[in-house]
Design a protein around this ligand. Structure first.
Ligand code: ZNA
Length: 225
């Protein structure tokens, strides 16, 4: 309520309008970051990787944890793609560079990396990370979680990272003990080397929400951990 939306919109646009959409830098977004400054109380930061905005829905009734998308900064862009280009002040929502195919320094990727970096650096106490247990590598070093967020946690302020590997109990094609998988082990090493305690648990209780197609058919005993 105390933020100035017009000013925020202007700062957002100025970050990339009339600029080469492959040469965006963190600095371009700093004025926007300053205006939207907002922090999450200790013990209430939620990260997610490979389970898109579902993470948000999972906790929406409780409001005990907040992901980046719950903050003003993370909600501005609402799943959109955007860019500008040299020589015009037009906003482009249709065809913008892709971070894999075209260039990594595009407005969307730089926005999320800059926002995620600050979000992680501001976290304190115990933090929660939701990972997808239905894919072979629930932890991906190249994801924003793996390459930006965990590396920017302040190890003086964050003392525990709890990983919840969300499983579809109806799917037996992946090893049950995903907490012991090499991908989670990589995450564990990175976190513990940074002097942050690490725990991992398999979560079946959330499966109904994450995998609605299978959820209704799960026997209730499998839903319990
Ligand atoms: N990048 C986003 O669109 C996005 C990121 C949207 C909303 C929120 N977030 C942050 S980052 C969120 O709060 C999570 O904590 C973080 C999740 O990012 P992730 O670990 O990279 O998860 P993901 O499911 O692999 O990817 C989410 C989105 O980011 C997808 O659109 C990916 O294509 C894109 N992405 C993944 N890795 C990279 C990337 N974009 C640029 N560079 C990467 N290395």
């Amino acid at each position: 309520r105390e933020k100035n939306c017009k000013e925020i919109w202007k700062a957002f646009k100025n970050s990339f309008i009339s600029k080469d959409p492959c040469s965006i830098t963190e600095e371009d977004y700093l004025p926007l970051m300053k205006l939207t400054n907002q922090t999450v109380p200790c013990h209430q930061t939620l990260f997610w990787s490979k389970i898109p905005t579902l993470a948000r829905q999972l906790f929406q009734d409780q409001r005990k944890v907040f992901s980046l998308e719950d903050l003003l900064l993370g909600s501005i862009t609402g799943g959109l793609t955007w860019c500008g280009s040299r020589g015009t002040s037009e906003m482009n929502y249709q065809s913008c560079p892709d971070w894999r195919k075209d260039c990594s320094n595009n407005p969307v990727s730089v926005f999320w990396k800059t926002a995620s970096k600050k979000f992680a650096a501001d976290a304190c106490g115990e933090v929660l990370a939701l990972l997808n247990g239905s894919i072979p590598e629930p932890f991906d070093r190249n994801s924003i979680f793996g390459s930006v967020e965990i590396l920017n946690l302040n190890s003086k302020a964050v003392h525990l990272l709890q990983a919840w590997v969300i499983h579809d109990a109806g799917d037996s094609s992946f090893p049950r003990d995903s907490c012991l998988s090499s991908s989670i082990n990589d995450l564990k090493s990175i976190i513990t080397e940074r002097n942050i305690r690490f725990t991992c648990q398999k979560e079946y209780r959330l499966a109904r929400k994450v995998f609605p197609a299978h959820g209704p058919h799960l026997p209730s005993c499998q839903i319990l951990m």
